[in-house]
Design a protein around this ligand. Structure first.
Ligand code: CP
Length: 334
């Protein structure tokens, strides 16, 4: 097993299948082992969270361990991640010391770095997460970085499997209008995991909202390896035809990264059109509706759809707990 869980791309399909099977056993109560007994896990949050934070804290507890939650700039010192800088600004501690000290107390470190949404060229390299991984002596779990949210993607894959059974499914990832530019981590990781698991993936977005080229290349390559297909479209109606899974998410434009007002103007024409509503869901093959949450109702998805039996967003959020327990157990059992 790899030492870290930074992106599903670092794990083989067989390993991901193993994690999903372990998560399903944990969910059913068939595995009550305590691989974290006597151990602590550091959870570092650079931004707010409900699901990730609560499910990691509960997951650590249920595996017999103790969670140490830190918020740089809040409950711990502000953190620098760049190499060789003169730290005479507002950053008090370097990740280099922070993560090695934390590793002396804990068996693993989970970190949510999120995206600053300032500089696309820099953030697509995931510099903060990379610094944690580079210097940590204990496994690092990505709890959402600028580019990836692998725990969310694993929960998404478990939810699809639970609702529709195993095997290849027709899966739509659709951009949706939202009143501000958001990071690309969730769509990136969903597309990657869906391709790795051999689902036929359609990605729908308006012009100007293309995902990262290298990421799409990787998605295509993983889909090819798994015998699956990837289709990218700008047609928000046709994209729904015959789908079994509809995954809605908004993300910002690379072109206007760091210029939120310009992005808002760019996306203004798509309000009301790029929303998941009942007429679009009626074009699917009885699809289930997924969203990572939090979701802005009647912007991303109508009340009618998210409150319908097709919506599995609460089960999807619950599955964060089970998959993260499986990831921690896999990383720490050995
Ligand atoms: N889906 C997700 O990561 O939710 P939080 O931001 O609340 O953790």
């Amino acid at each position: 097993m790899p030492r870290n869980f930074l992106t599903t791309a670092d794990w083989t399909r067989e390993e991901l299948e193993g994690l999903l099977a372990a998560a399903a056993r944990l969910k059913k109560g068939e595995d009550a082992s305590k691989p974290l007994a006597g151990k602590s896990v550091g959870l570092v949050f650079f931004n707010p969270s409900l699901r990730t934070r609560a499910s990691m804290q509960v997951g650590v507890y249920e595996l017999g361990g103790n969670a140490v939650v830190l918020e740089p700039g809040g409950t711990s010192w502000t953190l620098e991640h760049r190499e060789g800088v003169v730290m005479d600004g507002d950053k008090t501690e370097h990740v280099k010391e922070f993560v090695r000290v934390l590793g002396r107390y804990t068996a693993a470190v989970g970190v949510r770095t999120f995206a600053a949404l300032k500089d696309w060229k820099e953030e697509r390299q995931d510099p903060v997460l990379a610094a944690f991984a580079r210097y940590s002596d204990v496994p690092v779990i990505n709890l959402e970085s600028a580019m990836h949210h692998p725990c969310q993607a694993l929960a998404d894959m478990l939810t699809v499997r639970e609702k529709l059974g195993g095997g290849r499914k027709r899966v739509l990832l659709t951009w949706a209008w939202h009143p501000k530019a958001l990071p690309m981590a969730v769509p990136n990781s969903f597309a990657l995991a869906a391709a790795q698991m051999g689902h036929d993936l359609t990605i729908a977005h308006p012009p100007g909202y293309e995902l990262d080229e290298d990421l799409i290349r990787e998605v295509n390559s993983r889909a090819f390896d798994a015998g699956a297909t990837v289709n990218v479209t700008r047609d928000v109606e046709e994209a729904f035809d015959g789908q079994q899974v509809v995954y809605a998410k908004s993300w910002g434009s690379k072109e206007f990264y760091g210029s939120p007002q310009d992005d808002l103007e760019e996306r203004a024409p798509y309000r009301g059109e790029w929303i998941v509503d009942a007429p679009k869901m009626a074009r699917t093959d009885g699809a289930v509706f997924l969203h990572c949450l939090p979701v802005r109702r009647n912007c991303i998805v109508t009340d009618e759809v998210i409150d319908s039996p097709a919506s599995v967003v609460i089960d999807e959020a619950e599955n964060r707990l089970h998959v993260q327990k499986a990831v921690m157990a896999a990383l720490l059992k050995g």
